[in-house]
Design a protein around this ligand. Structure first.
Ligand code: PLP
Length: 395
């Protein structure tokens, strides 16, 4: 027996454990200080009432012989796939039901989708990046190329025609940078994918935060259906981080060497996956009802308001940042050319505010810092007031 030694090539991720360690050490030494956390990537508002009501109803159905459900379809129930289809249709994107696959979240799909691609494909990922794209490909032993996301390109790298890639990862609105592509920018990526006979894996986990002209789907670009897969999630849209539900769109038009990606993915899912719980899918479908949409919009607006509190503070301080407007993430340049971890220490020690050092997301993250809008309004306001007092003092 031999292990998959590609796992030995994974770099250890100390980011969140180091943060936790530093914070608990500080708190132990300063028990009277109130630490404010603007570093979390998890939601804090509860599930919407419409979702809860639908899930309660589904629980009751499970208690009666006549309405009990056992194994469901691996691709998801038609009632949920139909709701997702309608959600896209309202944005002018027509999908066949067979192109929609319900899953337990975008993270699983990000990793699992790689099953249908050959090992010798070259992968292109932005730097900084959501670490799952890198690690899942390292596990599979694929060659990874990086594209630079920097302040110069607004953390939105565009195709480099001199580079060839087979699998391209795009995440927009982006984690960690909060930057979001327009449909015209996505068109350039679709054109590049066509030229390279490549596939785009488009992570739309934060699409519901997109505003101000930002694209919400790769399919807003012409011709995307024959080169792109879209991964999406109810986690940040509807607070499903602990409930678990997502979906992936694999168009029928996505065909390489006469073989259908949709067929391969269906085969993969029906072989290795037994579907998402009926109760959870009922809850997810409620997200798309009139009532559910209204309630979810209110939650997103709540986070959006927090993001505005942060970005307004940075505007006043004259600090460069991306995100905040189309995203719950605000990605800021550390003042005075500080390194990410030095800025982390400064905020923790001087004003007891915790964020996430950008260097944890890749080489180009050095000198940057991520704040999130997922906290309470009170925490966000207080943290921003403390940051403004600290950094504005010398102005
Ligand atoms: N994709 C991105 C870019 C994320 O930031 C996250 C979670 O933070 C996910 C996917 C995972 O989503 P899910 O909870 O659906 O697995």
């Amino acid at each position: 027996m031999k292990l998959n030694t590609n796992y030995c090539n994974l770099s250890e991720s100390y980011l969140f454990s180091t943060i936790a360690h530093k914070v608990s050490e500080y708190q132990a030494a300063h028990p009277d200080q109130k630490i404010l956390r603007l570093g979390i990537g998890d939601v804090t508002l509860p599930l919407a009432p419409a979702v809860i009501a639908a899930m309660h109803e589904a629980v009751d159905e499970m208690s009666e012989k006549e309405t009990f459900r056992g194994y469901g379809p691996e691709q998801g129930y038609d009632f949920l796939r139909g709701s997702i289809q309608g959600y896209y249709a309202r944005r002018g994107i027509s999908l066949d039901l067979s192109e929609i696959f319900v899953s337990d979240g975008a993270k699983s799909d990000c990793g699992n989708i790689l099953d249908i691609f050959a090992q010798d494909n070259v992968v292109l990922v932005p730097d900084p990046v959501y670490p799952v794209y890198v690690d899942t490909n390292v596990m599979a032993g694929r060659k990874i190329l990086y594209m630079n996301a920097t302040a110069e390109n607004g953390f939105l790298p565009m195709p480099d025609e001199s580079v060839h890639a087979d699998i391209i990862y795009l995440c927009s609105p982006n984690n960690p940078t909060g930057a979001a592509y327009t449909a015209a920018q996505l068109q350039a990526w679709v054109d590049y994918a066509h030229k390279n006979n490549a596939v785009i894996l488009y992570d739309a986990a934060y699409e519901s935060f997109a505003a101000e002209g930002a694209a919400r789907s790769i399919y807003e670009a012409e011709g995307a259906k024959d080169c792109a897969i879209e991964l999406c999630s109810f986690s940040k849209t509807a607070g499903f981080t602990g409930t678990r539900c997502g979906y992936t769109v694999v168009p029928q038009a996505l065909v390489f060497d006469g073989m259908s990606c949709n067929k391969f993915w269906l085969r993969r899912q029906t072989t290795k996956f037994n579907g998402v719980s009926y109760i959870v899918q009922r809850g997810a479908a409620a997200v798309f009802t009139e009532e559910g949409e209204k309630q979810i919009r209110a939650n997103i607006d709540f986070y959006r308001n927090n993001a505005k509190i942060v970005s307004d503070t940075l505007d006043r301080l004259g600090i460069f940042y991306t995100g905040g407007k189309n995203s719950p993430y605000i990605w800021l340049q550390c003042p005075n050319h500080m390194k990410s971890w030095d800025f982390f220490d400064l905020l923790l020690n001087e004003v007891q505010v915790v964020g996430t050092p950008g260097s944890g997301f890749g080489r180009n993250g050095e000198g940057f810092f991520r704040l999130t809008a997922f906290g309470s309004e009170e925490t966000t306001r207080e943290a921003c007031a403390r940051i403004e007092k600290l950094l504005g003092a010398g102005k």
